[in-house]
Design a protein around this ligand. Structure first.
Ligand code: AP5
Length: 212
């Protein structure tokens, strides 16, 4: 472990609750939340050798590895512990990650495909602070308004039913081999991601505490 702060990787399909639980991990262990999805959304129209991230994200496809690897290398460069969410998404990214850092624990949030579609099409995010809600499972106090900062809640462009299904297909094809990669390495811990957010957090915290 790096000093007192853990290096945590959260794995799981789109909508498994990685963003929701990463916020808890970041608070509890005082580590930065490193998320390739948010970093790419903040730079969606950036020109790269491969085109813009938007072209891939809005289609539900993976952004090319060199673009994403650079984001992660930069974000992990201070070595102070982290919770990493959304990366690696294929075994090439997992190999790259192994070259630049050592993970203390890898936690998989396991959720069925049908539940994922319901969660993602009902998700709303704050346009200002990024806080996460769900119209049914985790509604804000006032419809369309963020409890945290009063910002407007919007639907992500890739949360339409068609794009969600494509993202889930990409997960099965490209990211499930990453789950096997860590399972075979003996560092994977599986968590029931279908429990309530509070129950998931309890199991996740116990899992991290036991591993570090
Ligand atoms: P990214 O932003 O990483 O999206 P994702 O992995 O598809 O995951 P999500 O953010 O959609 O879901 P989540 O697991 O964080 O769930 P959340 O907590 O929000 O990536 C987007 C795109 O960027 C990719 O498609 C790709 O194009 C690109 N990209 C990113 N990383 C890349 C990489 N490494 N390589 C290449 N391309 C990359 O929860 C979902 C909803 O469920 C919320 O509404 C929440 O309130 C609700 N919820 C959460 N927990 C529960 C619960 N226990 N019970 C009920 N509801 C719950």
């Amino acid at each position: 472990m790096s000093d007192d702060q853990p290096n945590v990787l959260l794995l799981g399909p789109p909508g498994a609750g990685k963003g929701t639980q990463s916020a808890n991990v970041a608070d509890e262990y005082d580590v930065p939340h490193v998320t390739t999805g948010d970093a790419l959304r903040a730079n969606k129209d950036m020109e790269t050798d491969y085109g813009t991230p938007r072209e891939f994200m809005d289609a539900g496809e993976l952004v090319p590895d060199p673009v994403v690897n650079e984001i992660v290398a930069e974000a992990l460069s201070d070595g102070e512990g982290y919770v990493l969410d959304g990366y690696p998404r294929n075994t090439e990214q997992a190999d790259y990650l192994a070259d630049i850092t050592t993970l203390d624990v890898v936690c998989l949030l396991a959720v069925s495909d049908s539940e994922l579609v319901e969660r993602l099409t009902g998700r709303r995010v704050c346009d200002d602070c990024g806080a996460n809600y769900h119209v049914e499972f985790n509604p804000p106090e006032e419809e369309g308004v963020c409890d945290e900062c009063g910002g407007a809640l919007i639907q992500r462009e890739d949360d339409t039913e068609e794009t969600v299904k494509e993202r889930i297909d990409v997960y099965h094809e490209s990211t499930e081999p990453v789950v096997d990669y860590y399972r075979e390495a003996g560092v994977l811990r599986e968590i029931d991601g279908e429990a309530t957010p509070e129950e998931v957090w309890e199991e996740l915290r116990e899992t991290i505490d036991a591993a570090v």
